[in-house]
Design a protein around this ligand. Structure first.
Ligand SMILES: NC(=O)C1=CN([C@@H]2O[C@H](COP(=O)(O)OP(=O)(O)OC[C@H]3O[C@@H](n4cnc5c(N)ncnc54)[C@H](OP(=O)(O)O)[C@@H]3O)[C@@H](O)[C@H]2O)[C@@H](O)CC1
Ligand SMILES: Nc1ncnc2c1ncn2[C@@H]1O[C@H](COP(=O)(O)OP(=O)(O)O)[C@@H](O)[C@H]1O
Ligand SMILES: [K+]
Length: 495
């Protein structure tokens, strides 16, 4: 059974899910009934994916994740499959619904230490789910490695044991699942890395908790899909005059390092900015002119020349940083641009490593700054957040966005987009081959184009990250950043 489509895009943290469980119980729903539904869904998935399994091995912890596994064992046995149950820890520690599952299901369990993984086993992992509270180590870690070494298929209940549902991080060791069956809504650990990879294929199953209860605990956290920003795309007028489709300015550094900014400028045009002007030192003009045709060029050598240029209020978005170098010049240019929509990337970010607060103070008020750091650049502006291992990537991006009053695009295979008022999206459409030189420059240009076209900063950023990922798929494995530029497609519109 799938979940309602709008709920399917939501992401609940494990603590949101605890609150959902509590409300479900107070509203009269039987928590044991939920466990039965969960266990049966796991069994159904196991039979669907592994109809020829020699034996299903259900590994149970003493919490409710183990209870789910025991119910799955019952269902699998009922279907005629060969099933073995192993319990981690003392039976006396079973409590609540898990104790009830063990008391009512007439199957014998053996201690986990007695399990010897064998070819043909399909492992049902019910050791820990939302209740993982410390690192996996010792004999359990050894067992996980033995299962992995034999490449036994693992079906994880809720999460692969060892993966933290809040952060996607591995605590100690974990299973690599082939399938993960979770309930009602995804958790951050299903989308953030390495959790996403360790889950294998993910199924989200409706176990009967009413949508209204899930909705009431909905955090402003979603997967980055077109549903998040489609209305902002709809507001754009595709037939508009070129000036009404915005005028993006991209700053270039010296001629020798102008490739990155050229990439951003070309991406800006491909992503729909009506006009793109490249601003550069006079010495870079011949090089730029030789490479660019549709992009206009404007020499700017001094602060006064920049002031003159930006008097033109039709210039409505700026990209500063790719290949720019010159940290001192960055800081002066940023000071001049601080009341305009600005994408600050690469060298633009690094220029503020000695005094990030100066940047944040310049952009108080309405949100107009988009920062696009990878982890290294992030640690230059937010060293304390980068160094705090208790924070998830979502926490880091959210706290950084609040501190800087900027929209944060914290890049990587699991890019997180956060805005100062708490909205957060996790991106999951980026193929691994996007990690190539110049790819980030293309992204900065797309964000700039969306800002120039009048999209609000959060929607501009989230849609740009999605469009960049889609272009990566379109360009295909082995692509270069130039291929990526040619693969930028229109944004999906609401029908
Ligand atoms: N609405 C829903 O979503 C529903 C959810 N359901 C299911 O409930 C699951 C959550 O259940 P849960 O809260 O009982 O926690 P669970 O993950 O079983 O683990 C707790 C135990 O593990 C132990 N432990 C932790 N880490 C450890 C370590 N490294 N090494 C060793 N031990 C460790 C921990 O020990 P303690 O910290 O207490 O010492 C405690 O004993 C959820 O994932 C889903 O499957 C369904 O039943 C249907 C409805
Ligand atoms: N493993 C990966 N899978 C998918 N996307 C990735 C991966 N690694 C990096 N990316 C994306 O590729 C881009 C790289 O940007 P960046 O680090 O600035 O590189 P560059 O400076 O070379 O352009 C970012 O959009 C990032 O999110
Ligand atoms: K599990």
């Amino acid at each position: 059974m799938g979940v309602e489509t709008d709920i399917a895009s939501w992401i609940l943290t494990p603590s949101d899910m605890t609150a959902v469980d509590r409300d479900a119980a107070t509203s009269g729903l039987s928590s044991f009934g939920l466990m039965r539904a969960a266990g049966y869904a796991v069994a159904a998935s196991a039979l669907r994916h592994y109809p020829a399994a020699t034996r299903f091995v259900c590994l149970c912890g003493v919490g409710n994740n183990g209870g789910d596994a025991m119910i799955a064992a019952e269902a699998l046995t009922g279907s005629g499959a060969d099933v073995a149950v192993y319990l981690m820890g003392d039976r006396a520690r079973l409590a609540g619904d898990a104790a009830r599952a063990f008391a009512t299901v007439p199957l014998r369990s053996q201690p986990l230490g007695a399990y010897v993984p064998a070819i043909g086993d399909v492992v049902i992992d019910g050791l820990f789910g939302a209740g993982l509270s410390r690192a996996v180590s010792g004999a359990l870690a050894t067992l996980m490695r033995a299962v992995t070494d034999l490449a036994l298929p693992v079906i994880a209940i809720d999460l692969p044991s060892g993966v933290d549902g809040r952060s996607g991080q591995v605590l100690g060791d974990s299973f690599q699942a082939a399938q993960t069956v979770t309930f009602m809504a995804r958790k951050p650990g299903h989308l953030l890395l390495p959790g996403r990879t360790l889950c294998g294929a993910l199924e989200v199953v409706d176990i009967g908790i009413p949508a209204r209860i899930i909705r009431s605990h909905r955090a402003p956290l979603v997967e980055n899909t077109p549903a998040l920003w489609r209305d902002a795309v709809k507001a754009l007028d595709p037939g508009a005059h070129k000036y009404r489709r915005g005028h993006l300015v991209v700053f270039s550094g010296a001629a020798a390092s102008s490739g990155a900014a050229r990439m951003s400028a070309t991406a800006g045009l491909s992503a729909g900015a009506g006009l793109v002007t490249m601003v550069a030192p006079t010495e870079a003009m011949p090089t730029l002119a030789a490479h660019l045709t549709a992009v206009m060029l404007k020499p700017v050598d001094t602060d006064a020349m920049l002031s003159d240029l930006i008097e033109d209020t039709r210039l409505n978005a700026f990209v500063l940083g790719p290949g720019f170098g010159a940290p001192e010049r960055v800081r002066r240019f940023v000071a001049a641009l601080c009341d305009r929509p600005l994408v600050l990337d690469a060298d633009g970010i690094t220029a503020f490593r000695e005094d990030p607060q100066a940047l944040f103070d310049a952009f108080r008020g309405p949100v107009r700054l988009v920062l696009t750091p990878h982890d290294g650049e992030f640690s230059r502006l937010f060293p304390d957040l980068a160094g705090d291992t208790a924070l998830s990537k979502i926490d880091r991006a959210t706290m950084a966005a609040a501190r800087s009053n900027a929209v944060l695009i914290l890049k990587g295979p699991d890019t997180v987009i956060a805005e100062p008022h708490g909205r957060v999206a996790i991106n999951a459409n980026a193929p691994p081959w996007l990690a190539t030189a110049g790819s980030g420059d293309v992204l900065a240009g797309i964000v700039g184009a969306h800002l120039a076209q009048g999209m609000p900063p959060f929607e501009a950023a989230a849609s740009a990250v999605w469009r960049h990922g889609a272009a990566g798929h379109e360009a295909g494995e082995g692509m270069t950043a130039e291929d990526l530029l040619r693969a930028i497609r229109p944004l999906p519109q609401a029908s």
